[in-house]
Design a protein around this ligand. Structure first.
Ligand code: UT7
Length: 373
């Protein structure tokens, strides 16, 4: 029997702090008018000092698990797509696994820049189709505010922080992720890059003085690349799914620049109402942008059961990715009742206490070791 990867849960998280274009104009030489007309962005969310990629991913993941009414202990795999992990190692996915108490889940990060979420969706759905896993959590989470140079007006106005997650479940009911197209062109690696902090140029006083720990971007070249690849990738995924663009209800493009989205829509001859845009309120949240858009599209009634959706992205690498998803007919939209939400809260608290207890035991063990040595 053929296995399908259905989306049964979805969730998003955006930090409460909102940074407007006018506030940015007080920081660098820019204006609300320039940012709006060149990008479509009006404001973006910025993580609080205590927040980071893993903590935002956990918030989005908890929402997705609650929608699906699935206990994290049942998860088989967690993939976090991110270009801004908490650490180079361990993976952000392992931090999320621990915070959720998903003891049986394997966990890894996936790095494909802004295309990371669609890449991760493709990997997860193939693992499900192959029979390896039943329940896979796919998260896109980014704290771009920690890697942009807040004195560089060409980049700092574009990005924002946030996270989005979907829960994929194996099903015999046709639907879910129907096709995916992944691509890369590493010859464009230097067009969007954080030069220092990895093994090529470890962080040092010198790299910090030169600002090499910030994202550097050739905006114009990336713009050209995006318009060149996105429409092609979307068409390929639609064709692979055995559909035509007329049968697609909604396209959810990576939210990087409204002008890029408009160009892609024109190339695909899509009417405005078939293209989802929320860049005005989020900016470019990199790998989080498509799952956040997906959640908003569901919440605002833009997606109905059985709808065919196209997700399409481009990003650092350079990479591109697209997928066709058929929204599940039976997936629940209503949030769980209050007593279940209360139980989830209590369970999260117990998981946090257990994690602390394990740390304590390791500390006691280490003390013993020292005493014996
Ligand atoms: O997820 C992938 C991440 N990256 C992207 O998606 C980036 C794709 N590229 C873009 O979205 C656009 O190229 C940008 C929004 C980055 C730039 O828009 P553009 O229309 O390509 O502008 P430009 O780079 O050609 O710059 C036009 C002018 C320049 O001034 P001069 O040389 O014409 O005098 C810039 O210095 O705009 C100036 N400029 C700004 N002015 C006010 C650049 N950034 C700003 C700014 N405020 N923030």
């Amino acid at each position: 029997m053929k296995r399908y990867a259905q989306i049964v849960g979805w969730g998003k998280y955006a930090p409460s702090k909102v940074l407007t274009n006018d506030e940015l104009a007080a920081m660098v030489d820019t204006s609300d008018e320039w940012i709006r007309t060149r990008t479509g962005i009006a404001e973006r969310h910025i993580a609080a000092p205590k927040e980071a990629t893993a903590s935002m991913a956990v918030q989005a993941a908890r929402e997705a698990l609650a929608v699906a009414d699935v206990d994290p202990a049942r998860l088989n795999l967690i993939i976090v797509a991110t270009a801004t992990p908490d650490y180079l190692f361990p993976s952000t996915a392992c931090l999320v696994q621990n915070a959720l108490g998903a003891e049986r889940a394997a966990a890894f990060d996936l790095a494909a820049g802004c295309s990371g979420f669609v890449y991760a969706l493709a990997v997860a759905s193939q693992l499900i189709a192959a029979g390896a896993y039943e329940l896979v959590l796919v998260i896109g989470s980014e704290t771009t505010s920690r890697v942009v140079d807040w004195t560089d007006r060409a980049t700092c106005v574009l990005f924002g922080d946030g996270a989005g997650a979907v829960l994929l479940q194996a099903s015999e009911q046709p639907g879910g992720v129907l096709s995916s197209v992944l691509g890369a062109d590493g010859s464009g690696a230097d067009l969007l890059i954080m030069p220092a902090g990895g093994s090529r140029q470890p962080a040092s006083a010198e790299t910090v003085a030169q600002g090499l720990h910030y994202a550097r971007m050739d905006g114009r070249e990336i713009y050209r690349f995006a318009t060149r690849t996105m429409s092609k990738a979307a068409e390929q995924a639609v064709q692979q799914a055995g559909l035509t663009l007329e049968q697609v209800a909604l396209v959810l493009p990576h939210q990087a620049n409204n002008r890029i989205i408009e160009t892609v829509a024109k190339l695909l001859k899509l009417p405005e109402e078939k293209v989802f845009v929320n860049i005005d309120r989020y900016g470019n949240t990199s790998a989080a942008s498509i799952p956040i858009a997906l959640c908003e599209a569901v919440e605002t009634g833009r997606i109905k059961p059985d709808d065919h959706l196209v997700l399409v992205s481009f990003g650092a690498g350079l990479t591109w990715a697209s997928a066709v998803v058929q929204w599940g007919a039976k997936v629940k939209v209503a949030p769980p009742p209050w007593w279940k939400r209360a139980w989830y809260r209590l369970r999260d608290l117990l998981v946090a206490l257990r994690s602390l207890w394990r740390r304590y035991l390791r500390w006691v063990d280490a003390l013993h070791g020292e005493g014996e040595g």
